[in-house]
Design a protein around this ligand. Structure first.
Ligand code: SF4
Ligand code: SF4
Length: 226
């Protein structure tokens, strides 16, 4: 198994571990708010009972917690990102990877997906994997090693020979925000690799907290609004 495959497997295992720890943490916080009653947070309690009050308290607490978690962790991630400086290698303009085909992106854009809309305005697909491979052979290898099979590769036709954006000041938001996720694919040469490495664990924790808290919130809202 290659180092990259090992890394990918290690990320999956790390997320599983972070997810289980976070389930434990949230469940013990929910329990600490429990009144002196028997039952589960997702039970059908009578309206105005102690259990019903517990569910309302937990919902309020988790809604606030979710806002704090998002603001705190995204703040940490962007603070670290600001410490890196783009070296202008142009890889992100010439090698944009998406799990969506051009026609799927078109449908998403027509259905109002803003990111898809901006993506198809900015990038065009390579005619074939082979064409992309000629430009960045090492990245195709990287994607294959990472076990990615369903992907499409795009490039921006505007990037200049010397890797400049002809309208840098007015570049699309999708370009301004890159890279925005420390767990996503990053071109090998990208100077944000140190940031990716440092922010990965914060990002995994954020993802787990958002996923679990969202689950509680949606379930509790369904019970309280029945
Ligand atoms: S619009 Fe500019 S920054 Fe964005 S991908 Fe094209 S060349 Fe790069
Ligand atoms: S791949 Fe990274 S270093 Fe290269 S131009 Fe894009 S953001 Fe800058």
């Amino acid at each position: 198994m290659s180092n990259l495959q090992n890394n990918l497997e290690a990320t999956r295992l790390e997320y599983r571990k972070v997810f289980s720890e976070t389930v434990e943490e949230i469940s013990s916080t929910v329990d600490s708010l429990r009144p002196d009653i028997v039952g589960d947070i997702f039970d059908d309690f009578e309206k105005d009972s102690l259990g019903y009050g517990w569910q309302k308290r937990v919902l309020k607490f988790l809604e606030e917690r979710l806002k704090e978690v998002i603001s705190d962790k995204t703040g940490q991630i962007s603070k670290e990102r600001d410490k890196c400086k783009c070296i202008g290698c142009g890889s992100c303009c010439r090698f944009a990877v998406s799990e969506f085909s051009p026609s799927a992106l078109q449908i998403k854009a027509e259905n109002g997906d803003k990111i898809a809309k901006e993506f198809i305005k900015t990038f065009v697909p390579y005619n074939s994997i082979e064409e992309a491979q000629k430009v960045f052979p090492e990245y195709i290898e990287l994607l294959e090693e990472e076990g990615c099979s369903n992907y499409y590769i795009y490039h921006c036709p505007k990037v200049t020979e010397d890797n400049r954006c002809p309208d840098y000041e007015n570049r699309p938001k999708i370009c301004r925000d890159f890279p925005d996720n420390p767990v996503a694919f990053l071109p090998l040469k990208c100077s944000y690799s140190a940031w990716k490495l440092k922010s990965k664990s914060v990002s995994l924790k954020l993802r787990a907290e958002v996923e679990i808290i969202d689950f509680y919130i949606e379930k509790l809202k369904g019970i309280l609004n029945r």
